[in-house]
Design a protein around this ligand. Structure first.
Ligand SMILES: NC(=O)c1ccc[n+]([C@@H]2O[C@H](COP(=O)([O-])OP(=O)(O)OC[C@H]3O[C@@H](n4cnc5c(N)ncnc54)[C@H](O)[C@@H]3O)[C@@H](O)[C@H]2O)c1
Length: 437
């Protein structure tokens, strides 16, 4: 369903009228394309205080030029605030970004780097936590398709895949997020950053259409052999997607009792990336919701995710260095009227990630993360009544809905062989929706 309002605000009369009326002014976002894979502009590297983080070599590899004096607007600003420990240091965050923020190019990036909160130092914990409020507020006011995110790092090298993602057009719809990156021990460096999944096998559920189709495409672009799973009734679309990507189609209902065993049978050489994307909605307010509507959503969105994950892990099918990416939703974080079943299932995904991530890494060498999409333009959201659909599209900092590819790019970053230090994260792909935190 085309976003006509976004097209209208892209015209001169549209811009004039919406400005006069004080209406949202979304701008078309710059996304990744084979022709324009990275931003071409300058990167401004700022520091609050005196930092020990060895950031410059990592930033130099992002493709953005730094330190120049081209006079162009910077495409990105990175503020290293990892050494901010007290109130005086916090003033340096303001001092560094205040003069720079207005000049950031449209669709540009602001990335603030923070440190993990020190439980033994309440001064440090307080001002480092302050960075979250700062980042989220700047995300809400910066406008013009620009995004602002906070990354808590201990080691610049371990954060390379995350910085490459956030400083690229791939993260167009990710804003207002706080991402924690672990240490070097967990990080690995892909041989080829453009194909970080080369030689790896991925399984994507719900791959016949929508977000799952985009995830399968994006993982294939990054070098993975993709096994595309969907219900047998979607077999025609599924074969087309799998054929286009030179992958394999696996027609299977994930709620089947033997789904785990059948996935294993289709993966005789093991698996590196498991993407739980299949999901359904059966909306009704609780007072009007029959048990069947409740249980079908819990069964598809949560129970089968738990069952098949356990089956694949206990079979030892997910290889060391494997990645699990599950699909939550902002409804599971903020709640949504008419979606008690759906929100329960998606909050359950967040619980799964929080519990399994710290154990899966040491036990199986596997990272476990979730993407939490906001309003994404798919068949699922095209069916939403017009007024609610318009509200969903506009009620975020970017003033528009996301595209399936935005969720797919985020999934691909979490699935990347370079993202071994990103574990236990729930990353919202919601344009910084006003719902939830
Ligand atoms: N579209 C959004 O705005 C949005 C927002 C938040 C979360 N999500 C989540 O993202 C995921 C994908 O959403 P979408 O919008 O692409 O939905 P979609 O309905 O377009 O696609 C979902 C796919 O999952 C498949 N599927 C459903 N039940 C299945 C089963 N039992 N076994 C195997 N496959 C099954 C469907 O056949 C379909 O191809 C879902 O988990 C959804 O809850 C979507």
């Amino acid at each position: 369903m085309a976003d006509r309002y976004l097209s209208f605000t892209g015209t001169a009369p549209g811009r004039f009228l919406t400005r006069r009326l004080g209406l949202p002014q979304p701008v078309p976002l710059r996304r990744w394309s084979a022709e324009q894979q990275s931003f071409t502009g300058e990167l401004l590297h700022l520091t609050a205080g005196k930092s020990d983080l060895d950031l410059a070599p990592v930033l130099a590899r992002t493709g953005l030029s730094s330190g120049g004096d081209s006079g162009d607007r910077p495409a990105a600003v990175v503020l290293d605030a990892t050494s901010v420990r007290d109130i005086d240091d916090l003033a340096e965050v303001h001092a560094a970004l205040h003069p720079a923020v207005r000049s950031v190019a449209a669709s540009g990036r602001v990335v603030v780097l923070g440190a993990p909160l020190d439980p033994a130092d309440h001064q440090q914990a307080s001002v480092q936590q302050a960075l979250e409020g700062f980042t989220r507020s700047l995300g809400k006011e910066i406008g013009r398709g620009r995004t602002v995110n906070l990354v808590r790092v201990v080691d610049a090298g371990a954060a390379e895949s995350t910085l490459r993602f956030l400083l690229s057009p791939k993260s167009a719809y990710v804003s207002g997020q706080v991402i924690e990156v672990g240490d070097t021990d967990r990080a690995s460096v892909p041989e080829d950053w453009e194909r970080p999944l080369a030689g790896r096998t991925a399984l994507v559920t719900g791959a016949a259409r929508g977000i799952g189709e985009a995830v399968a495409e994006t993982l294939a672009r990054d070098g993975a052999r993709v096994v595309c799973l969907d219900v047998p009734a979607a077999g025609g679309d599924l074969s087309q997607v799998a054929g286009r990507l030179k992958g394999e189609a696996l027609p299977l209902d994930i709620t089947a009792e033997d789904a785990g065993a059948r996935m294993a049978a289709a993966l005789p050489d093991g698996l590196d990336v498991l993407v739980h994307n299949a999901g359904i909605t059966r909306d009704r307010r609780l007072a009007n919701m029959p048990a069947e509507r409740w249980s079908s959503v819990i069964e598809v969105n949560l129970a089968s995710v738990l069952r098949t994950t356990d089956a694949l892990l206990s079979d030892g099918l997910l290889r060391a260095g494997g990645r699990i990416v599950a699909t939550a939703s902002i409804a599971g974080i903020a709640g949504n009227a008419g979606q008690t079943n759906y929100a329960a299932s998606k909050a359950g995904i967040v619980g799964l990630v929080r519990s399994l991530a710290p154990r899966a890494l040491p036990e199986y060498g596997v990272t476990v993360n979730a993407v939490a999409p906001g309003f994404i333009e798919t068949k699922m959201t095209a069916a939403v009544p017009l007024f609610i659909r318009e509200a969903g599209r506009r009620m975020n900092s970017l003033g528009q809905g996301g595209l399936p590819v935005d969720v797919a790019e985020t999934t691909a970053w979490l699935a990347s062989s370079g993202s071994g230090a990103v574990n236990g994260q729930v990353v919202r792909v919601c344009g910084q929706s006003l719902l939830g935190v």
